[in-house]
Ligand binder design. Structure first.
Ligand code: GDP
Ligand code: IMO
Ligand code: MG
Length: 427
């Protein structure tokens, strides 16, 4: 099996976890490389459902190794919650879950700051998940963050926490009138958390080098989606990390020569959770229908996801900035009862055709989607397990999307469960 990066090609929640869990059958090691507990990755196996925020979605396969790479921002409390949830269902990550000692830690100041900033922004809020992601990444880049390895040694942790407390508490008071957070309490709590996660913490570089030498097969599990990327997305309505495939290398410590394929996960339609532009949004009964049939409610915050038609300029942009080799199309079954289906082929901006999602927010706001109407298939696809079993109109829909985006569809998902999948060509 090739080494694969699996990333979201829209605004997140494309069904990445379903695809990762399925493709893990052929892999040895699954690595998360960016984002944090803002991610909500749902895996359904038989009648069990798990939502992972930090632990890679491959963990359900009992013999596979899962790694949380240096590019992830880690809330250790969340990891412990996920480990406890897994234990309740008889799955133990002992000896096969590893956390990079140089990954940054989400601290109570980060979570508080995320919420304070959003509240103050009012109608201009980004609609974050409130998980402290932006403030944690800014402290990382500002070079005064706390890393996982620091939690294992008070001599490292204490001065860093005291420094952060010094300026963050002042900021809380002056800018938000918010009460300070006691650094002593944070030190005590995070040393305790450090002891709890210590068995999983490793210096990854050498371990990954060894795995590479043994020809282990890797899956890099992306979080969020391309149009939430801090550089390539609808800035500032984005997350605070690079979500694109290139980030897999920086966020894991594995070089680009290892990567054979980049699989872009796409929903058969489009969703977005949080604020910001969304050209094909359906603020009407059709959008509500998509939400209802697709169960489009956030796996992290429970918020209703905004729904719209498939947007080719969005996925075309993803194809370019990620170098996609394949698409994995999910949730085709959600369209089973639609008599007609619209696809946005391109935008018009001030009367001029635009083929990809632009980067300037003002330009995105002026994008008028141009639609093509395709006939629905009005048949159940959830039992289909091969291309030929799919209804003719569903095949035409898929072919048209391939043509518009110019990337072949390697896999189709027709239900949330592992076996509700069709492999077309993942070579
Ligand atoms: P992720 O963040 O990209 O991993 O996606 P989420 O887990 O946030 O959201 C995807 C939702 O769709 C989850 O509830 C999945 O169980 C579900 N899902 C995934 N693939 C399919 C599919 O092909 N059909 C249907 N009906 N549901 C799916
Ligand atoms: P997965 O991995 C969908 C969105 C938030 C908000 C913006 C910034 O499950 O696909 P943040 O908390 O990251 O600062 O919020 O990004 N967002 C997601 N939307 N799926 C996600 O993850 C998301 N993670 C963040 O809703 O609009
Ligand atoms: Mg999600």
């Amino acid at each position: 099996m090739p080494n694969r990066v699996i990333i979201g090609s829209q605004w997140g929640d494309e069904g990445k976890a379903k695809v990762v869990d399925f493709l893990t059958l052929d892999a040895d090691i699954i690595i998360r490389f960016q984002g944090g507990a803002n991610a909500g990755h749902t895996v359904k196996v038989d009648d069990q459902e798990f939502v992972f925020h930090l632990i890679p979605s491959g963990i359900m396969h009992k013999e596979k190794v899962c790694i949380i790479g240096n590019g992830v921002v880690i809330d250790p409390r969340q990891i412990l919650i996920e480990i406890a949830d897994l234990a309740k269902k008889g799955i133990t990550p002992d000896g096969r879950l590893f956390i990079a000692d140089n990954a940054h830690v989400v601290l109570p100041w980060h979570i508080a700051m995320d919420k304070l900033k959003e509240k103050k922004a009012g109608k201009d809020a980004i609609g974050t998940t409130g998980r402290g992601i932006g403030p944690c990444y800014s402290d990382k880049v500002n070079r005064h963050g706390v890393r996982v390895g620091d939690l294992l040694d008070e001599r490292e942790l204490r001065p860093r926490i005291e420094a952060i407390a010094g300026f963050r508490n002042q900021e809380f008071d002056l800018m938000y009138g918010a009460p300070p957070i006691d650094p002593e309490q944070v030190i005590a709590e995070f040393l305790e958390l450090g002891r709890a996660i210590a068995p999983f913490v490793v210096d990854l570089a050498e371990m990954l080098h060894g795995m590479r030498k043994q020809n282990k097969r890797f899956i890099f599990e992306g979080a969020q989606g391309t149009i939430l990327d801090v550089d390539h997305g609808t800035y500032p309505f984005v997350t605070s990390s690079n979500t694109v495939a290139g980030s897999a290398c920086c966020g894991s410590g594995l070089g680009p020569t290892l990567i054979d394929q980049v699989v872009g996960v796409v929903k058969a339609y489009t969703t977005r959770v949080g604020n910001g532009p969304f050209p094909t949004e359906l603020d009407n009964a059709i959008g509500e229908n998509l939400r209802k049939i697709g169960g489009e409610f956030g796996a992290t915050t429970g918020r209703a996801r905004r729904c719209g038609w498939f947007d080719a300029p969005v996925v075309r942009k993803a194809a370019i900035v990620n170098g996609l080799t394949h698409l994995a199309m999910t949730k085709l079954d959600v369209l089973d009862s639609f008599e007609e289906i619209l696809v946005c082929t391109h935008y018009l901006v001030d009367g001029v055709a635009q083929q990809t999602m632009p980067s300037q927010l003002s330009k995105v706001g002026r994008c008028q989607p141009v639609y093509e109407k395709l006939p629905g298939w009005m048949a159940d696809t959830t039992k289909c397990r091969s291309w030929n079993e799919l209804p003719l109109n569903a095949r035409s829909y898929l072919k048209r999307i391939e043509e518009l985006v110019d990337v072949k569809i390697g896999m189709i998902s027709v239900g949330a469960k592992r076996d509700e999948s069709i492999i077309i060509d993942l070579d």
